[in-house]
Write a protein that binds this ligand. Sequence first.
Ligand SMILES: C[S@@+](CC[C@H](N)C(=O)[O-])C[C@H]1O[C@@H](n2cnc3c(N)ncnc32)[C@H](O)[C@@H]1O
Length: 253
Amino acid sequence: MIQIECCDNLELMSKIESGTVDLIYCDILYGTGRKFADYQDLKPIRSEIEAHYIPRIKDMHRILKDTGSIYLQMDTRINHWVRLIMDDIFGYDRFLNEISWYYNSMSNTKNRYPKKHDCILFYSKSTYYKFNHEHKSLRKEYATNTINRSKTKAGFNNDKADYLNGSTYLVQDVWTDINFLKNGVKYNTQKPKALIERIINASSNEGDLVADFYLGSGTTAEVCKDLNRNFIGCDINPRAVEITLQRLNNARS
Ligand SMILES: C[S@@+](CC[C@H](N)C(=O)[O-])C[C@H]1O[C@@H](n2cnc3c(N)ncnc32)[C@H](O)[C@@H]1O
């Protein structure tokens, strides 16, 4: 099932039964204050950010299953305020990670370090959340120099070197291996499919229900179609919904 609506996300969430969603991923409004070609962003004013997010995050908490998790993506303009809201609603102890997605794009910044990462806040509703740590999209092979370093340590580490060779480790909380979208972008703030694929593979299984309430060009919906997840989502902007429907028609499965 893939359900896409054109409406305010508060309206869609009010129609969703409590405890029914397995995973929420939202690439939210970043608080840039900018008017993008496709939508108006919120201003970076704490009262405005709280007025928008508090009722929405309360509803996200309500509709998640007890085994569910949530990932909210933004950047450093508002991540500190959103984290406080998440702590209040989900609980400080349900915070799991702040993932940094580093993207290497050009910058002319000269008065401070160029800002080149997004923050993805990962919380669960309870301690019984799903996390598929063995899924291949979450595994990395050890670098050759890590293996060689083990080999050169006086022989007794040969066993360790052999063990490292061919085995993998879980990706850490800084993601540098997923490129920023440069070409073929259909929407202002479109995100790479690989980023959302990793999240969906980590925190849901086939047949689960995934939701994205800030849908944009429908990247999450397309990934759900590819990965056999059910999906529900919306965007307030009709152009976003139109692009999403086109992408779904052209999608693989
Ligand atoms: C950062 S963009 C999402 C981009 C998306 N991840 C993609 O890959 O294309 C945020 C989206 O949220 C939508 N939006 C803003 N306020 C909303 C609201 N109250 N309800 C539903 N959608 C909203 C905007 O129209 C915009 O398309």
